[in-house]
Ligand binder design. Structure first.
Ligand code: ATP
Length: 449
């Protein structure tokens, strides 16, 4: 079965972001948030298809962690955190980007995004303000009484909630080092210049794995997890030639890092970080011990000594991965003399797995129960009865549906339907009784390289 034809976009041209944005809106993947009020830059809402596809991304990420030898447990922490926590983590003093303004047109830039030797790209003048640091965290006040409320921050990453809960999780789940704590959830950054659609947003979702291990094993786990994460990107169908690992040079490392490697993807706007893998050493637990006064060390039964575990972090944005998958899967090709848009998503990522299409309205009585049966069996299924069959196929191609099933005049007599494959457009006749088996084959995914 032609589940996912090999992707050759690395040799082809890039889809423009404008085309992707337009497809996302037209077909209900992503909408500008509060669009009817003009929207807010960097904020987006997931439409029906975006919601389904992101759920698939989260599920596959979790599934990939099941392949690790040791256990991974999950938490789902608070989005707002107290000032003390962000002081300890280093975010209050370090989590900023350099900002500069054009004094003539007042346009604001991230200073590391532009060349200050050159004129303002917006108005052509060359009068810059001094470069200053802008902290990216959103501040809020907790408590109803002015004067008595305390300052808190929306989390700019999910990781810190894991570190401050490390002891709680270890004790309650009886986990033993090495093990992982994973979290999927929202993060907020008041980015100076949100851009490139979902690439840089102000509210986004992260999937983070914090891997706790003995200091002597942390380098090995860092190298191992790097490969695991790359294998995940391959497994979900991203073109291998468009992925690479970029190791940060010593001078590039964040304040907490002993080593960081990014998995980068080749977008139309260059090679960009998709996921970061960081060897954080004992930085976070040590900081939280110092600032909170609580002991977060672990007792080693073998050596009879306490030690501070090391942490290797794998952090990827759901939305950035979603954008990458769309970008990578977008093709325009010609079918029966007509140009079609097709998203060659891995079937396990595609928001809809199968579309049930009665050839004419006359087949409704047979086709609709089939649709309901598949829906109750938890397949992601759509039913479409209106328009020519060719048009209905195109609609499904455009949203990446890997299989279309057509119920036709012969179905009542032979109990067979036509299964049409998205990428090759090939059609085959199969028995109704074999449909779920064929769909399960399509949805199979291997994280083992
Ligand atoms: P960048 O250099 O692109 O700003 P970063 O190094 O600040 O990224 P991390 O703090 O390592 O990013 O965040 C981990 C992951 O979270 C990133 O690899 C990315 O997938 C995602 N991410 C970070 N910031 C954003 C954002 N503003 N919008 C969407 N996704 C983001």
């Amino acid at each position: 079965m032609d589940a996912h034809a090999p992707n050759s976009t690395s040799e082809g041209s890039f889809v423009t972001l404008e085309k992707l944005v337009s497809l996302c809106k037209r077909r209900g993947f992503i909408f500008q948030s509060a669009e009817i009020y003009g929207g807010v830059t960097g904020l987006y809402d997931n439409g029906p298809l975006g919601t389904l596809m992101k759920q698939n991304i989260r599920n596959l990420w979790k599934q990939s962690l099941n392949h690790l030898e040791q256990d991974v447990v999950y938490i789902d922490g608070a989005l707002i955190g107290p000032e003390a926590m962000w002081k300890a983590s280093g975010h209050i003093s370090n989590f900023h980007d350099p900002m500069v303004d054009c004094m003539v047109c007042k346009h604001r830039y991230r200073a590391d995004d532009i060349n200050l030797e050159k004129p303002c790209p917006h108005c052509g003048n060359k009068q810059w303000t001094a470069v200053r640091d802008f902290n990216l965290m959103f501040t809020t006040q907790v408590g109803a009484n002015t004067g008595q409320s305390t300052t808190a921050y929306l989390r700019p990453e999910t990781a810190q909630v894991v570190f401050v809960n490390f002891k709680n999780v270890m004790t309650s789940s009886r986990a033993k080092i090495p093990f992982g704590i994973a979290q999927i959830g929202k993060a907020f950054r008041n980015e100076i210049t949100p851009k490139q659609f979902l690439f840089r947003m102000r509210e986004f979702e992260q999937m983070e794995l914090e891997w706790f291990c003995k200091p002597s094993e942390s380098n090995d786990f860092y190298n191992f997890l790097m490969l695991q994460r790359m294998m995940f990107m391959h497994a979900i169908g991203i073109t291998k030639e468009r992925l690479r690992l970029h190791a940060h040079a010593q001078g590039e490392l964040s304040h907490y890092s002993r080593g960081t490697s990014d998995i980068e993807y080749h977008f139309s706007f260059g090679w960009k970080e998709l996921e970061g893998i960081a060897h954080r050493g004992d930085y976070d637990l040590t900081q939280h011990m110092e600032h909170s006064g609580k002991d977060l060390k672990v007792y080693d039964e073998e050596t009879k000594e306490s030690y501070t575990p090391h942490v290797v972090e794998c952090s990827v944005g759901v939305d950035r991965l979603f954008l990458t998958l769309l970008f990578d899967a977008y093709y325009e090709d010609t079918v029966e003399g007509e140009t079609r848009t097709v998203l060659r998503l891995h079937p396990a990522i595609a928001p809809i797995t199968v579309a049930i299409l009665p050839l004419t309205k006359k087949q409704h009585d047979l086709a609709h129960p089939l649709y309901k049966k598949l829906k109750l069996a938890n397949y992601s299924v759509e039913y479409d009865v209106s328009g020519s069959i060719g048009k209905r196929y195109r609609r499904q191609d455009e949203i990446g549906t890997p299989a279309c099933i057509t119920v036709d005049f012969d179905t009542p007599t032979d109990n067979m339907v036509t299964l049409r494959h998205r990428d090759s457009t090939k059609q085959e006749r199969i028995s109704i009784d074999d449909i779920t088996k064929r769909l399960d084959e399509l949805l199979k995914i291997s994280f083992l390289g």
